[in-house]
Design a protein around this ligand. Structure first.
Ligand SMILES: NC(=O)C1=CN([C@@H]2O[C@H](COP(=O)(O)OP(=O)(O)OC[C@H]3O[C@@H](n4cnc5c(N)ncnc54)[C@H](O)[C@@H]3O)[C@@H](O)[C@H]2O)[C@@H](O)CC1
Ligand SMILES: [K+]
Length: 498
């Protein structure tokens, strides 16, 4: 595996530890040498981002992350920077103790932090409190320090992991550093790319500490980051029948907008034909707003069955409701053998009446829906989004997209991809309806559920980023439709990811 390939791979903390150990035991590189390289990597990132700096503060915790901080402080002093260094937590032995000795031998002073201390007057804070060894929420005195650093308005360089963020899960059990830049060592940790991480990490850089490619050979990653991708150009002789027929089922009284957004996204994502099965009262509105849609009034299973038979893929749930009408359509859709995408009330009904999918299926829950499907709380889902999405995919025999910052995609075999795009402007009504329509359209064009979910999530998030260039607040779902079309038709990228 080449250095560039493993940059898209994400690892669990245990996998990173195994790589560390392999570097030490198999390649014969001492742990202290790795720590020295980590300190160099931190200092060169500092120099790149803040070339004019004169005064820095370094906060060192009790473990090896603190060791990285001591050595960075010693190197920074040698380069003529003024360094204030605070040590927190009981002194530990091993490489971290050697690093502390090296710092003190360079003439550096170690200060002690308590809640009465004030932050030094510096131009940059270097966070070396906790790395991959975080076990629990930082204790109160450290939490106070973290809050003060975050409130100081001074930039923060985090070594390996912003302290307080669980590098395995992306969850923060308590106070956590909000970094401007995180320089991560050896391998990309998966927890820096989903959940709370979006708020904490800033710019993430990876430094592989000069380790040779053979280190990664034979080691498997836990997940991949999605790559930029689009669909290949259409055949010149294509006709609409070649590009699939999506049937969107939903739009109960008062929620016609949801099914319209879903159907319109399916059109913009390239489906050849898009039909809508909905309440009779929505027909006029749908037809006049989007004449390309074929809207049908359905009052129950008999009316929807022939529409399902003509469709390639079903998008079930936007605005469906959980009443008798929605439930009857839902059952008819699930009992057909048509590939489907299930969202919103389609998922809420599934939580009430569980089943395993025999047909190709993609489920797109947000954390609240995922919690209902798993019978746990939303907080428990957020504690470990990786475990939650894998459990869902396995339980339902489907590809599952767990939405939210750093959306995750998993299949029943445990394969996992993480979306690096998207922004908080997308936390607004209708965004999920679009995603459902996009994935359905990609399935209808012949992609597998895994490919359709990966490409669909990536296109949706990137379209959201394009649309957010005019501002995150006030971004509405329809704003994504034009960028979506452009991104879908861009040159395909032939890299890893799908
Ligand atoms: N060979 C290696 O393993 C290398 C490790 N490196 C650094 O070492 C880090 C991992 O080091 P460690 O495994 O020593 O772990 P950390 O330094 O991340 O932290 C663990 C220490 O903090 C304590 N701790 C954890 N959570 C706490 C909390 N909430 N409150 C108080 N104390 C808490 C633990 O008991 C332990 O003493 C990496 O993130 C990286 O920065 C780098 O030096 C590169 C090489
Ligand atoms: K840190």
């Amino acid at each position: 595996m080449t250095a560039s390939a493993h940059r898209h791979n994400l690892y669990t903390v245990d996998q990173v530890r195994a790589l560390d150990l392999r570097a030490i035991e198999t390649l014969g590189i001492p742990g202290y040498e790795l720590m020295r390289r980590a300190a160099w990597a931190g200092l060169s990132s500092l120099r790149r981002h803040w070339p004019q700096l004169g005064r820095i503060a370094v906060y060192c915790g009790p473990g090896n992350n603190g060791g990285d901080g001591f050595l960075l402080a010693a190197l920074a002093r040698e380069e003529g920077l003024q360094v204030e260094l605070f040590a927190l937590g009981a002194e530990s032995g091993g490489d971290a103790a050697l690093a502390r000795t090296a710092y003190e031998a360079s003439g550096g002073r170690v200060l002690h932090w308590d809640e009465q201390s004030s932050l030094p007057n510096v131009e940059l804070h270097v966070d070396a409190l906790y790395g991959t060894g975080l076990r629990r929420a930082p204790e109160p005195a450290v939490a106070v320090l973290i809050e003060r650093i975050n409130a100081s308005g001074v930039p923060v360089l985090a070594l390996d992991v912003p302290s307080g963020l669980n590098a395995d899960t992306g969850h923060c059990p308590g106070a956590a550093i909000r970094a401007s830049v995180t320089v991560s060592f050896i391998a990309a940790k998966r927890g820096l790319h989903t959940g709370h991480a979006a708020e904490q990490v800033g710019i993430v850089e990876l430094d592989t500490l000069g380790l040779p490619d053979e280190l990664w050979r034979g080691s498997s990653a836990d997940a991949v980051l999605l790559q930029v991708q689009s669909l290949p150009p259409r055949a010149r002789y294509a006709h609409k029948g070649d590009n699939g027929h999506v049937l969107a089922i939903g739009g109960n009284h008062g929620t016609a907008g949801a099914v319209r957004l879903c159907a319109e996204a399916a059109l913009r994502a390239g489906a050849g034909l898009v039909s809508v099965a909905t309440q009779v009262g929505n027909l006029v509105g749908l037809n006049s707003a989007r004449p390309e849609l074929m809207a049908h009034a359905v009052n129950g299973p008999q009316a929807v069955t022939p529409l399902i038979e003509r469709a390639t893929v079903l998008a079930v749930g936007p605005g469906l409701g959980q009443g008798a009408w929605g439930h009857a359509l839902w059952l008819t859709a699930l009992d057909s053998d048509k590939p489907l995408v299930l969202d919103a009330d389609g998922l809420n009904l599934l939580a009430l009446e569980s089943r395993r999918f025999v047909q190709p299926a993609v489920l797109t829950p947000h954390p609240g829906e995922a919690a209902r499907l798993l019978g746990i709380t939303t907080k428990e889902v957020e504690l470990d989004r990786f475990a939650a999405v894998r459990a869902l995919a396995q339980r339902y025999g489907a590809v599952v997209v767990l939405k939210g910052a750093g959306s995750l995609i998993s299949d029943p075999d445990g394969r996992l991809a993480v979306c690096p795009w998207g922004n908080p402007g997308m936390a607004s009504g209708g965004m999920g309806d679009l995603l459902t329509g996009i994935i359905a359209a990609l399935l209808a064009q012949g992609l597998t559920p895994w490919q359709a979910a990966c490409l669909g999530v990536g296109l949706h998030a990137r379209a959201g980023d394009e649309a957010a260039q005019a501002g995150e607040r006030g971004l509405i779902a329809s704003d994504l439709l034009m960028p979506l079309r452009q991104l879908l038709n861009a040159q395909p990228f032939d890299g890893p990811g799908l």
